[in-house]
Ligand binder design. Structure first.
Ligand SMILES: [Zn+2]
Length: 181
């Protein structure tokens, strides 16, 4: 199997785009930026999606993103930043390694990240909130981020759903939990 492109970049000590490194992650400039200064914050440990990382690393990544954002504000004199993680192919992830984009933004920079807001009824919102919350005890109680632990615990929860609609949603959720990158 070919080596991951991101892991290969990490081994290249000559890479001039590196702007930060510590024991858990590094940051480098995107070679094809959405806007100049587009920074990628990347865990050193190979992980295809965020859920594969230990919580300690997930926490650290967000702290580093925030500091990179501060640096972009201060040094590039921008007016805002977007911190974006595309988690999974369906979400637009292109590389098989977690990368978080920190985008420096200026007023009227013409970068379009907006979407068309959809209408949702109160009933739909309540149904989705209920489906999500019904598994929150399990997910928030779980230590670490092992897929298999979550899936096993989640399956044991399955019998608590009562109607078909919830069953369908539950199956969708179970698949999402089990999704492989
Ligand atoms: Zn990798």
């Amino acid at each position: 199997m070919a080596e991951c492109d991101i892991c290969a970049i990490l081994k290249n000590k000559e890479e001039f785009r590196f702007i930060y490194e510590d024991e858990k992650c590094f940051a480098l400039l995107h070679e094809s930026p959405a806007v100049l200064g587009h920074t990628l914050v990347i865990p050193k440990q190979h992980a295809a999606i965020l859920e594969e990382l230990e919580e300690e690393i997930v926490e650290h990544l967000f702290v580093v993103c925030n500091k990179m954002s501060t640096l972009l504000f201060e040094r590039l004199k921008v007016h805002g930043t977007n911190i974006i993680l595309n988690n999974g192919h369906a979400a637009g992830q292109e590389l098989n390694h977690v990368t978080i984009s920190v985008l420096p933004r200026k007023e009227n920079d013409k970068l379009d990240l907006e979407w068309e807001p959809k209408k949702a009824t109160e009933q739909e919102l309540k149904a989705v909130a209920s489906i999500i919350k019904s598994a929150s005890d399990i997910v928030f109680a779980a230590k670490g981020s092992s897929h298999s632990t979550k899936t096993a615990e989640h399956n044991s929860h399955e019998t608590e759903y009562h109607n078909e609609e919830e069953k369908i949603e539950e199956n969708y959720m179970a698949k999402a939990f089990r999704r492989t990158p």
